[in-house]
Design a protein around this ligand. Structure first.
Ligand code: ATP
Ligand code: MG
Length: 436
């Protein structure tokens, strides 16, 4: 007990001193001497994550935060998932925590579930040969953290942080974060030959973080781009979607110029300025895919929007609304509220929003804002929003069938033009007149 209390006292003093003296606090990087730097924001680590690290350590294993959570913590960006690397094997992890899910046993990953959240806990591993350019043929579990960091893609993703605040950074990831560069761990061309997706990931991180790609890494992308032909459409889709949803969607154009879309998009280029317009769209995948597709179609870089979206393995609704949106945006969208409501009635909400997003990319209009205003106004553009239903009309002697359907359609056409008249009594009178 006394030892624990003294331990915590020591730790508190250490961090208080680190915070106060910021730039002078030594951060221990095991095996690599002492580095100078500011105190790491361990306060951002939720208690349940520290708890998982401590449980593993108390059981005699090494356990450290790795990958995206550490990178984003050092950059003070939002953290969306927690990855822990450990010397413990899957069986040890499962026996140490009450609730676990085997998420990637072949790769040594177990998800630890806690009332407050989850963490992906992965045994230190080194990857075997990559014969398909996608996944290692085999993985070997190792006891050395450095072996594990060596298999990671970029220096900024190849650091580890222990619960004691010691940063393990063998490849200069911290410095690259400060210089804002994406640089491969090891020889870039060999790393891309192992897994071609890393080329897309380089573009994706540069889009999300606003970092430049280091010259050697970029030169290797130019050399190895052809290897992307072997990638599965799903993996290319996921990385492309992250680029499109980032603050810098124009990096999808860089990926295109670097010829990463082997066989999926024709060789060519998109101007940065037009792609940059996507950043003004809501962060919705469907809208951004449609806008991207509209630009590709306009430059004749794809044959058919629906085929392209389908080949990128997007879901049926995204394909349908995206393709309808690109088609509708071939002509300028109407500006009047009445015409927009007519279009909403005909095409449905999402197809019209997609068309407006495509128009933003093509002609930089504010159609999406107008469509949003129309939608927010609550004005009627569908039979469902009419102040009367088919059942109401049946009470007034209408019989189920074509006449009833056509009457409702006629009422809708009237209400679209006269939104103030969407009132039950008035519509019933009108329906009776129409019938006469
Ligand atoms: P984010 O989750 O924000 O998209 P991330 O860096 O956490 O970014 P993940 O795909 O979750 O990315 O992967 C977690 C970590 O695993 C990475 O930080 C990197 O260290 C390693 N990693 C992931 N994919 C690869 C890969 N294809 N090649 C080498 N290392 C990889
Ligand atoms: Mg992650």
């Amino acid at each position: 007990m006394i030892i624990i209390l003294v331990g915590y006292f020591y730790k508190s003093v250490y961090f208080a001193v680190s915070v106060v003296f910021g730039g002078f606090s030594p951060i221990r990087a095991p095996g690599y001497g002492w580095t100078k730097g500011r105190c790491f924001e361990l306060s951002r680590v939720p208690d349940y994550i520290s708890g998982i690290l401590r449980t593993l350590e108390t059981a005699g294993f090494q356990a450290l935060l790795v990958g995206g959570c550490l990178r984003d913590m050092l950059l003070d960006r939002p953290i969306h998932d927690w990855d822990i690397a450990t010397s413990a094997r899957s069986q040890d992890i499962i026996s140490l925590f009450p609730k676990t899910v085997r998420t990637g046993e072949r790769f040594g990953t177990v998800m630890v579930v806690n009332g407050e959240g989850t963490a992906e806990v992965t045994t230190f591993r080194s990857d075997g040969a990559y014969s398909d350019g996608r996944r290692p043929d085999s993985v070997a579990f190792v006891s050395d953290l450095y072996e594990d960091l060596k298999r990671r893609d970029f220096t900024i993703n190849a650091m580890a942080l222990g619960e004691d605040g010691a940063l393990v950074d063998p490849y200069g990831g911290r410095e690259d974060l400060e210089r804002q560069v994406i640089r491969c761990v090891g020889d870039p061309a060999s790393r891309f030959s192992e897994d071609a997706l890393r080329m897309f990931r380089a573009l994706r991180f540069s889009a999300q973080l606003g970092f430049e790609i280091d010259a050697d890494t970029r030169a290797a992308i130019e050399k190895c781009a052809g290897l992307c032909a072997a990638l599965s459409a799903e993996r290319v889709r996921d990385e492309t979607e992250k680029i499109l949803l980032s603050e810098r969607p124009e990096r999808a154009g860089t990926a295109l110029s670097l010829e990463l879309y082997q066989g999926r998009i024709k060789d060519g280029a998109l101007t940065d300025g037009k792609l940059r317009r996507l950043a003004a769209l809501p962060k919705e995948a469907g809208l951004r895919w449609c806008a991207f597709c509209a630009l590709l179609f306009a430059e004749n870089l794809i044959h058919s929007p629906s085929d392209f979206l389908r080949e990128m393995r997007l879901d049926t609704k995204t394909v349908r609304d995206g393709a309808a949106g690109v088609k509708a945006a071939q002509e300028p969208l109407p500006e009047s509220w009445t015409d927009i409501k007519r279009l909403l009635a005909k095409q449905g909400i999402q197809a019209v929003r997609c068309a407006a997003a495509a128009e933003k990319a093509l002609r930089d209009t504010n159609a999406l804002e107008t469509v949003s205003d129309v939608l927010e106004s609550g004005e009627c553009f569908s039979v469902r929003q009419l102040a009367i239903t088919g059942d109401d009309l049946m009470e007034y002697g209408f019989k189920k069938g074509i006449i009833l359907g056509n009457t409702l359609k006629a009422l809708l056409a009237y209400v679209i033009e006269n939104p103030q008249d969407n009132r039950r009594k008035l519509l019933i009178e009108l329906a009776q007149e129409i019938r006469l």
